[in-house]
Write a protein that binds this ligand. Structure first.
Ligand code: EPZ
Length: 417
């Protein structure tokens, strides 16, 4: 079941409920390690990245059980000693375990999280910040060893608002001796969700939602129940797919307040959007308008994780669009795949492309090379005339619970094979 087949050229119609947020679930699951008790995390998406995190927590001695649409995590059985020398395999997919594990024990051994298709994914900001909190790092045979005899608070300034580094500082800070003042924190909503979970556990964090956080250390944290918010990137994917296919859909639970930049872009593309407590209603144009320039930015700017989807939609725009990727250095692997479908895209620089809109795309055999590029190929397949096959869909299943189920609920002719 590694491919998706799509018979496109059909306007999306219908309604779909948006899954829980992958990028909120992962750090919150890591944070359950800090309580030494039982937490029930509701609305966890059933995606491979969450399965991987659950396996990592079990390997550290946690009991992790699916219960209805959530995960019951009991970290009481985890002994400090058991975790200290544990080499955490597969850590690269869950770097946020680093901060959580340091908050719970004095030494962590992990694979050095390397880069991936979209970029080198360095961790220098994580290391520099945690060193200020008393963590020592050593590299041995490709493994990264982090040790902290005494994790203490610090005054930290992040030179760039790294989501993962902000999460690791928070996870270590709530367990550190003394307070941590973080300037330059990332503003992504997933950070606020993590902070709200930790507050439910008894932590004290001031400035939630702002770039200056004061993380009070040294408090005992208790297990709690918590509901993960809806996934803004999944909602944005389907929202833009509706713009690309000229459909009319309802996105139940879509977090409109976290999608401002995406909503603005969709409206500039000719979409009409209406908002209610329950979600977002989207009416797409007959043909997407070409927005002169789209550039990605840290939150609340246009999210890098939806850049490929916006690119796919603009391939059928009425004119030309310049798209600039300003977060990751290699997020245009999808261009060669879209060209197979008839898209007219010129790579101006490594991080900038010129899209000349064409009146139609045609189906083709395409290959997903990473998560969000794969989702964008599915969107292009919905827009194209004829049949599109997208292989490499295991990437898509890392972040989308069931993209075929969701898109079928919106009237798409799509199957996974
Ligand atoms: C998180 O990745 C998300 N992943 C990414 O989503 C998302 O694209 C990214 O934030 C930006 O919003 C999760 O939450 C699991 P960063 P993260 O640290 O934390 C550079 C998806 O598809 N940087 O904010 O790794 C880095 O190279 C994924 O769901 C350093 O230079 O992102 C990048 O250019 C993809 N040094 C920029 O900062 C560091 O130590 C943003 O990275 C860390 C990062």
């Amino acid at each position: 079941m590694d491919s998706i087949h799509i018979w496109g050229g059909v306007a999306l119609q219908g309604e779909v409920c948006i899954q829980g947020s992958k990028n909120a679930t992962l750090p919150i699951l890591a944070a359950t390690l800090l309580t030494g008790e039982c937490s029930y995390i509701k609305n966890c998406p059933r995606i491979s990245d969450v399965y991987a995190m659950a396996s990592l927590l079990r390997s550290l001695g946690c009991t992790v059980i699916w219960q209805e649409n959530g995960l019951l995590v009991d970290s009481s059985s985890v002994k400090r000693g058991e975790m200290c020398s544990e080499a955490v395999r597969g850590m690269r997919s869950s770097l946020c375990l680093l901060g959580a594990m340091l908050g719970r024990c004095s030494e962590v051994v992990m694979e050095h999280p390397g880069g991936c298709v979209i970029g080198s994914r360095p961790i220098d900001l994580h290391i520099a910040a945690l060193e200020q909190m008393g963590v020592e790092f050593r590299e041995e045979a490709g493994m990264l060893k982090a040790s902290a005899d005494r994790l203490h608070g610090a005054e930290i300034t992040l030179p760039k608002p790294s989501v993962g580094a902000t999460e690791n500082i928070i996870l270590a800070g709530v367990m550190a001796e003394g307070d941590t003042i973080l300037e330059g924190a990332a503003l992504e909503p997933e950070i606020a969700a993590l902070c709200r979970y930790l507050e439910h556990c008894g932590a004290c964090i001031e400035g939630i939602g702002s770039s200056r956080l004061v993380i009070r250390g040294g408090r005992t944290l208790y297990g709690t129940d918590f509901e993960v918010p809806a996934d803004r990137i999944v909602a944005g994917t389907y929202l833009l797919a509706c713009i690309g296919t000229g459909g009319s859909i309802f996105l139940e639970r879509a977090p409109g307040d976290e999608l401002e930049a995406v909503i603005k872009l969709a409206e500039r593309m000719g979409g009409k959007l209406y908002f209610s407590e329950e979600g977002i209603y989207v009416q797409g144009p007959d043909r997407p308008k070409s927005v002169e320039r789209i550039e990605t930015a840290t939150y609340p700017g246009f999210p890098t994780d939806l850049q490929s989807v916006a690119l796919a939609v603009e391939t059928m725009g009425e004119g030309d669009t310049i798209i600039e990727e300003k977060i990751f250095e290699n997020r245009f692997r999808i261009v060669e795949e879209l060209r197979k479908m008839g898209a007219c895209i010129e790579q101006l620089e490594e991080t900038r492309v010129l899209v000349r809109g064409v009146p139609a795309l045609h189906g083709a055999e395409t290959e997903a090379k990473e998560l969000r590029g794969g989702a964008a190929l599915a969107v292009a397949g919905l827009m194209a005339q004829g049949k599109t096959c997208v292989s490499g869909c295991l990437y898509i299943y890392r972040g989308y619970e069931n993209i075929c189920r969701d898109l079928r609920e919106l009237g798409a002719r799509i199957i996974s094979v």
